[in-house]
Ligand binder design. Structure first.
Ligand SMILES: Cc1cc2nc3c(=O)[nH]c(=O)nc-3n(C[C@H](O)[C@H](O)[C@H](O)COP(=O)(O)OP(=O)(O)OC[C@H]3O[C@@H](n4cnc5c(N)ncnc54)[C@H](O)[C@@H]3O)c2cc1C
Length: 482
């Protein structure tokens, strides 16, 4: 007798879970299906820990054909599917629902081919970004996208979120390096999209799939470009007495035509937190610092860095540290790379990700300060200054319910601010659950309707990663007026 107090979908779960798990075991082998509650609980959340829900089941396919079998079965039986790579999503994009099967790609983790003459590499989607880069490094090459989560995140996840990192300024996002994918559609069809060359004929379906957050199908393999490693890479650290001077310096460096691999910005709160944690030698008398990294040949690197310092002088840096060797380079990066460790001891934080036009940095920093002060919160600001990706980390004031709510409200206001100044809801982490209901802020109803039509073309019954990316119908979000 079905429990009438449960919604239809929950009743279906209770009635059919064991049948579904048995069918999946039959399709892809018992060892590749996780049905026990402890095993399923491991997949209840991703790095956005606000949402937790044990999925109906978890499958770990061993081949593209396995993925196709699982999706065809899900389609026939109208079962929801959530693709999962490393589960490092910072927006809840890989978080499951109770009525979904998680398809975890971690067993598909091999490098399949490295073609040095064509500078391409083909790998399975579940390989970690770090392992992919290491495989290329053995041949003097590298895979350019460098998310900080590289040891845990996967190639498939990078494609699905169009991931980037500190070096996105020079090298762009994952899309820049993606040549082709094998995509399994919800009805189990295996599509080859793109190839092993740039700019294939026809519609740019690869462009659609890259950044689609598991909404269009499951990527099982991909071909990416790899680049020859530069001879040498060195950073210079510049401290400034104001955020404005640091922002102006970034704009001047870019306007002068330099192509740094990275320009990272940290405000005073970030400098102090990282310095206290790592003793990296950061200038605690500076209101802001930037790290500018250049690469080139041994012969040219000193002159390149000197030119950066010369350009910066107009903005009166109170600290200039040019790395002279590997050890000094590592020391300059040490503080910036330890930011998550530095704030880990804090009670509760929210890590935000938005994008802003480069020239609006100083005013955005001020507005973030005002938003946080209004909600009684503190913020630490880090920023991929070269490409406009903003990462404020805001701290809860206390353990009360109001404290938690304040984090959420301030976060929404800051993301709305990013859009208001001409930026975007996401710098590199995507939309997922976290920003789903803010999509109205950036997109018109017509934009969203078009996006939904594209989603429906790939996934007519909306079984793939459902409930993410698109605002829930009827839910209104207050839009901040400027
Ligand atoms: C400490 C930390 C640092 C981070 N730093 C960065 C950074 O520098 N730059 C950056 O861009 N991001 C960063 N992130 C965010 C995150 O690591 C990236 O979004 C990453 O690309 C997610 O990869 P993943 O394999 O963990 O994917 P998951 O978290 O498992 O999934 C993310 C999304 O991709 C989908 N997906 C995963 N695999 C597939 C597949 N094979 N086929 C189809 N869809 C799939 C999922 O359904 C989900 O929608 C960081 C996260 C953390 C926790």
């Amino acid at each position: 007798m079905p429990n009438p107090s449960l919604p239809e979908s929950d009743r279906t779960i209770i009635t059919h879970q064991s049948v579904i798990l048995r069918d999946l075991q039959r399709l892809i082998g018992q060892a590749n299906v996780i049905g026990d509650s402890c095993g399923r609980a491991v997949f209840e959340a991703d790095a956005y820990e606000d949402v937790r829900c044990t999925p109906l089941g978890v499958v770990m396919p061993g081949s593209t054909a396995d993925v196709a079998r699982v999706l065809a079965y899900a389609s026939e039986n109208r079962i929801k599917i959530v693709a999962r790579g490393g589960g490092t999503s910072a927006t809840g994009a890989a978080a499951p629902t109770a009525d979904a099967i998680v398809v975890c790609l971690s067993q598909l983790n091999s490098v399949m081919d490295i073609d040095l003459s064509n500078r391409t590499m083909r790998a399975q989607a579940g390989i970690t970004t770090k392992a992919l880069s290491q495989a290329a490094a053995e041949h003097g090459f590298f895979f350019a996208p460098d998310p900080s989560s590289a040891p845990a995140c996967t190639l498939g996840g990078n494609i699905a979120t169009d991931a980037s990192g500190s070096h996105g300024l020079k090298y762009g996002t994952t899309a820049t390096h993606l040549l082709g994918v094998t995509l399994v559609t919800i009805d189990g069809e295996i599509l080859q999209i793109g190839g092993s060359y740039l700019d294939g004929a026809g519609f740019d379906l690869l462009g659609l799939v890259c950044g689609s957050e598991g909404q269009f199908g499951i990527i099982t393999e991909a071909t990416v470009r790899i680049l020859a490693k530069p001879e040498i890479c060195r950073p210079v650290l510049l401290g400034f007495a104001s955020v404005q001077a640091a922002g102006q310096c970034v704009a001047a460096i870019l306007k002068a035509g330099f192509v740094p691999t990275a320009i990272e910005f940290m405000d005073r709160a970030a400098i102090e937190a990282c310095e206290a944690y790592t003793n990296a030698g950061y200038p605690t008398n500076a209101e802001a610092l930037i790290i500018v990294e250049m690469e080139g040949s041994m012969g040219e690197i000193s002159s390149l860095l000197s030119k950066i310092v010369e350009t910066a002088k107009t903005y009166g840096p109170n600290v200039v540290r040019v790395a002279q060797n590997e050890e000094q380079s590592a020391a300059i990066w040490k503080g910036r790379k330890s930011v998550f460790g530095a704030i880990a001891a804090e009670n509760e934080t929210r890590w935000l990700d938005g994008a802003i036009p480069l020239g609006r940095l100083a005013e955005v920093m001020q507005a973030i300060g005002e938003i946080c002060a209004r909600h009684g919160l503190r913020a630490v600001n880090i920023y991929h200054a070269g490409d406009g990706t903003l990462h404020p980390i805001i701290f809860k004031k206390d353990d009360s319910t109001q404290g938690r709510e304040a984090l959420g409200l301030a976060g929404e206001e800051i993301l709305q601010l990013c859009v208001d100044v001409g930026g975007a809801l996401s710098g590199e982490n995507g939309i997922g659950l976290e920003k789903r209901d803010l999509m109205h802020v950036q997109f018109t109803q017509e934009d969203l309707a078009l996006q939904k039509r594209i989603k429906t073309a790939f996934d007519p019954s909306w079984l793939l990663n459902s409930g993410k990316m698109f605002p829930l119908a009827g839910r209104n979000v207050a839009v901040r007026s400027t």
